[in-house]
Design a protein around this ligand. Sequence first.
Ligand code: ATR
Length: 485
Amino acid sequence: SSVDVADIGLIGLAVMGQNLALNMAEKGFRVSVYNRTSSKTQDTLQRYQQEQSHFFGQLEGFYSIESFVRSLKRPRKVVIMVKAGSPVDSTITSLEKYLEPGDLIIDGGNEWYENTQRRSEALASKGILYMGMGVSGGEEGARHGPSLMPGGPLEAWNLMKDILSKIAAQVDDGPCVTYIGPGGSGNYVKMVHNGIEYADMQLIGEVYDILRNLSSNNTDNDKLYEIFERWNRGDLQSFLIEITSHILKVKDKDTLLIDKVLDQSGSKGTGMWTIQEAAKRGIPVSTISAALDARYLSSFKDLRVVLCNRLQGTGHTERNTVVSSYGWNDREFLASELEKALYAAKICCYAQGMALIQKASYDEEWKLDCGEIARIWKGGCIIRAKFLDRIKEAYKRQPNLRSLLEDEHFIADLNKCQLSLRRVVSGASLLGIPVPALASALSYYDSFRQEILSSSQLIQAQRDYFGAHTYKRLDKEGVFHSKWL
Ligand code: ATR
């Protein structure tokens, strides 16, 4: 078979890998593919046969790593799309013996960034370049244009730039790919992207819960999608709002299909990593944390079934009083309150995620460009949204922004929406509807509004009381210890 002809190789033909390989072949590249289990290679070739009529490039399947590697032009570029963790190590081991100095491996999985750095160092001693690349957008994105977050040596980026720019999603200001930075920064940014995605989804879920809870009849319920359709024409315009409007149209017999979906949500680890990282670096990401906890909480279904009749909430009369005093009988008004609340919470959620990226960038000396990161999330990925343009603009105005909450445009937006967020959180609480992500966003906002955090004053005093941890004072320099008793 072919030798020295393919532009790029791809190993790992599960959903993401298969679609990414077809995307590359469509955009004009000659692609070699390999998978440990040969049936997936055959599936991929079959799809290629079906779809190839409009492809500018070609795709060839291989059944040994050696012939796969031999098919690649030098310097060889191999994308691996296998399960994160030890499968990546074993794939590298089986691959590296056929590679030469100057060749490049790109791991496109959701890998822990420190693994990428470890592998990168090990391979560097053999002259092999290594990148960790975040790929977002699910199956559709991989096939027709994902958002790509490649990190590693600049030299490696230069080798991949053409291919990645062609296969990425295209938006008004360019392809959704940029050189993220050195080391594991590409994986890191993808990890935080996923954390933000958890929070974004949870916030939408809570707003939906309120709407669903206050739908007094089937007619209201059947029209919920219209609210999301309307929001999708405004500031909340985004993929997640759009798909929600689609979801809320799907019927199963005489009810909505969503009403039959089991209320337990899973997670695969990147959300948890985001929280661990944030805690390690001392960055508050309470809304992302609330979203992760909400997923964990949902898994306690049996306990919820038992407790739902035992723990009290709001009675029927009180409920009516709350609904009318908040003006929530008026569906239009309710929808506009929720729209503003969601928007304000979304700013807080992205402020948290970007702050974590900035802190890691500082600690690791990655020199990440947050404006560019926001730009490449505008297309291809799950969190794509009009809103990301505003983040990009904020960093353009002030590249060293400490927080999105400090940007003058976001300040204006928050000042316009904060009262709605307050009413939604308080109203939902009075109605007994859980809104952990919305509430965390509001508390995040309110905490940053305090010149003096009285709760922290008390904590410092308590720490000094029981542990002689000492405290500092607002009115004079120095370190103090008091006899509080
Ligand atoms: P899916 O996405 O279908 O659930 P997965 O188990 O996450 O699949 O695996 C994704 C890819 O990683 C597959 O291509 C898988 O290869 P197989 O088709 O042979 O299972 C690959 N993979 C997982 N573990 C691997 C390993 N230890 N070595 C090589 N490839 C591996």
